[in-house]
Design a binder for this molecule. Sequence first.
Ligand SMILES: Cc1cc2nc3c(=O)[nH]c(=O)nc-3n(C[C@H](O)[C@H](O)[C@H](O)COP(=O)(O)OP(=O)(O)OC[C@H]3O[C@@H](n4cnc5c(N)ncnc54)[C@H](O)[C@@H]3O)c2cc1C
Length: 292
Amino acid sequence: MFTPYYRAWLPAWRGDPYGTPRKLRLPEGATTKAPTAARQASLVPGGETAGTKLTRRWLLDGLAGYGKGHDALGEDATSRLSPYIHFGCVSPRALAVRAREKRGVAFVRQLCWRDFYAQLLWGQPQTVTDDLRPRGDRWVDDEEKLETWKEGRTGYPLVDAGMRQLRDEGWMHNRARLVVASFLVKHLGIDWREGARHFFDLLLDGDVAQNIGNWQWVAGTGVDTRPNRMFNPTAQLKRVDPAGTYVKRYVPELADVPALELAEPGLLTPDYPVPMVDHAEAVREFRKRRGN
Ligand SMILES: Cc1cc2nc3c(=O)[nH]c(=O)nc-3n(C[C@H](O)[C@H](O)[C@H](O)COP(=O)(O)OP(=O)(O)OC[C@H]3O[C@@H](n4cnc5c(N)ncnc54)[C@H](O)[C@@H]3O)c2cc1C
């Protein structure tokens, strides 16, 4: 359980991380050649220099507003440091030390989630493929529905915006990740492993421990203490993107639809699909499947 872990984690470490090692021994067969793949213009620049610059800017301008603003999708008010942390360009420990000095409690808590999932995978390596807490799920095998979700054409604006952000940027806001993942697993009844695979293919921060831990949390087969919770994609839209800023950024077909109408699934414009599943019906089906 996360909360007791967090309570034990906070006082367990203090001070700066270890200094830079003078020498590194490479594993056999590894080389130091730079990758040759073409860089996509829309992707963020990689490396320690870029990571350090972003960290400095974040600690100065972003951190103070994180506690209140991190779920506001349209404002994009999270650090976007995850790819740098994943590739070792930014030390999560150094980041936590600096953020703690600046009283960034909510942000430090998120860094603790990262540690928690890393520990979970360390202790339970079988969870890469197996449910931590099996719920007797019988998954729906439907390639067409899975593709519709991947393409961001579900008819639920928040889900579609999230999936298209992933496709365009190789990154997705955490609140959108929660909603799209819950939609796949609980509205469509599709195996969380399918979703995790797609995320892993496209995410710049794609990380086995974080991806699996979070997908299992959402599926209710992992460490969530409320395994049968379902995110309602329209209620979420009203709460975290009331002006439709995020949705309109990634779903251009909806640019001219008034914000209030975005939260009423149906025929929003002829270019945009009707919802692929009815929310109330999906809730009933899910409860039946889980036997509650
Ligand atoms: C289904 C699903 C899959 C995910 N897959 C990944 C993944 O492959 N790699 C990954 O790094 N994160 C993953 N996350 C967690 C989270 O969405 C991202 O870490 C976060 O959105 C990264 O953006 P940020 O750096 O702006 O985060 P911020 O909000 O600025 O948070 C700072 C840091 O805290 C850590 N963090 C924040 N939220 C979480 C969380 N829920 N779990 C673990 N660590 C967290 C990250 O290292 C992040 O960079 C996933 C979440 C979900 C719901």
